[in-house]
Design a protein around this ligand. Structure first.
Ligand code: EPZ
Length: 430
């Protein structure tokens, strides 16, 4: 079993390069199903969710060539709908983009229900509401979504009851080849939505307003191939910013879009961290004590929910009482129990975590309970006294490209190890 071991207590110093954004890459890759031509996607993060997306398209008959770990050539000309493997599809949340893509390409979608991190129920009623607005008849049976638009989707106005990133992306994908102009209102504004729209427009789509809460999609008959580079991952960058703030020292993160990190930078500055913004980099340094703070997660441009666990760790290191409110997900505090094993003093009351910062943090055997929770226990291990061992690191590998190598570059004492069994010999992972 692969584990991560960390001997904490060292400051981080040096610079790293951020990778392409996971939540943009998965949508761009699966939307290639709409394009019966070759698309070359660059700056892909080297993570298992990208591998899974490419493998799903391959299993549907697409031609996929990995030019490198960060560049893939995809041609879906011969891909067939309705045959994506159920167990691969349930391996992640982003699989639901196949519904929009199959509806947009074939007028019919038959896709297993998605999986993804466990934040309580993760309904897709808004996606279904959007597909029905475009004329599809949608049913859920036997673990599958079955959507039938007969002669094809017809443009219509869509109003989301609540801001949904996936719903916004999925309906953009579905509407790109629909007849007429679709208007999505109360759309999500995340940078990865803009990235998806830019990719599809590069292939000949006519999408305007992405990044605002009203998005217009003028349907086109067909799309052509293109070359496209994925935007940098603001959540990966934010994770390393918080790691630098937690450990102390000075870290430069290159290849970022600083604007995407405004809410994270603002909170770090509030805590007494120095954040310097350059054109495509941020420099984070901390020498003095951290100040307590209150944070409420919100849809973009608010503080990202995907930075909730990482920020909680930083709050544990700031003397005083901090409040962390999760307003996007029903429940996203499963990771708190793992932090408490390391000495954190946190009380969860509904959607709020009350953090009594300043308690001594010590190493312990812990688990990554989901992707961003895994990043949080890594950061906690970097500051803890002693040797932390982290299990279930497949969650981390879903969304962090070479996290061990990047942290080693910054001077962390961290390793990926393989254990033959719980007590077995530990040997250096390759
Ligand atoms: C995307 O999930 C991301 N995943 C999540 O990141 C991220 O936490 C989330 O957006 C919010 O930013 C991917 O992009 C693959 P939503 P998504 O639809 O699209 C409710 C990570 O760590 N809702 O914006 O599933 C929903 O229950 C992952 O990279 C409905 O009620 O999120 C939630 O409370 C974790 N009905 C809220 O809306 C729907 O039909 C936001 O969900 C859809 C959503």
């Amino acid at each position: 079993m692969e584990k991560i071991t960390i001997r904490g207590g060292k400051p981080l110093r040096g610079e790293i390069e951020v990778s392409g954004m996971k939540n943009a890459a998965v949508a761009v890759i699966l939307s290639c199903l709409l394009i019966e031509d070759t698309c070359t996607i660059e700056n892909l993060p080297d993570i298992s969710d990208v591998d899974l997306c490419l493998d799903i398209l391959k299993s549907m008959g697409a031609k996929v060539t990995r030019k490198s770990r960060t560049v893939a050539e995809i041609n879906c000309k011969n891909a067939q709908g309705g045959i994506s493997p159920y167990n691969m599809v349930r391996g992640m949340r982003a699989s639901y983009y196949l519904i929009g893509a199959e509806l947009g390409r074939y007028g019919r979608a038959y896709v297993g229900l998605p999986g993804g991190c466990d934040f309580g129920t993760r309904p897709i009623d808004q996606h279904i509401k959007g597909f029905e607005a475009l004329g599809a008849k949608v049913s859920v049976e036997g673990g599958y979504i079955d959507a039938d638009a007969g002669e094809g989707l017809i443009a219509a106005p869509i109003y989301f009851d609540g801001v949904t990133v996936g719903g916004t992306m999925n309906l953009i994908i579905a509407a790109v080849r629909a007849k007429g102009t679709t208007v999505i209102e109360n759309a999500a504004r995340e940078p990865h939505i803009v990235d998806l729209a830019n990719f599809l427009n590069t292939c000949g789509a006519q999408i305007t307003g992405a990044g605002t809460d009203v998005i217009k999609i003028k349907g086109v008959q067909s799309l052509h191939g293109c070359s496209y580079a994925i935007i940098p991952d603001m959540i990966e960058a934010g994770t390393y910013m918080i790691a630098a703030a937690a450990c102390g020292g000075t870290v430069r993160i290159n290849g970022v879009i600083p604007k995407h990190l405004d809410s994270v930078s603002a909170k770090l500055i509030e805590m007494g961290v120095v954040v310097e913004e350059l054109d495509e980099s941020v420099i984070v340094s901390r020498t003095g004590p951290l100040t307590r703070v209150n944070v409420k997660t919100m849809p973009y441009p608010g503080f990202p929910t995907d930075m909730n666990p990482q920020m909680c760790v930083l709050m544990c290191l700031a003397a005083g009482t901090s409040y962390l409110t999760e307003s996007v997900w029903e429940s996203r505090f499963r990771y708190v129990d793992e932090l408490k094993r390391m000495g954190a003093n946190i009380k969860v009351d509904g959607k709020m975590a009350i953090i009594e910062g300043g308690a001594p943090i010590s190493a312990a055997p812990v688990k990554a309970v989901d992707l961003r929770a895994g990043a949080a226990v890594v950061i906690m291990g970097l500051v803890a006294n002693g040797k932390t061992v982290i299990e279930d690191i497949h969650h981390i590998k879903r969304g962090y490209d070479h996290i061990v190598e990047k942290l080693r570059l910054l001077g962390a004492d961290i390793e990926m190890i393989n254990t033959t069994d719980d007590e077995g010999e530990l040997k250096q992972a390759n």
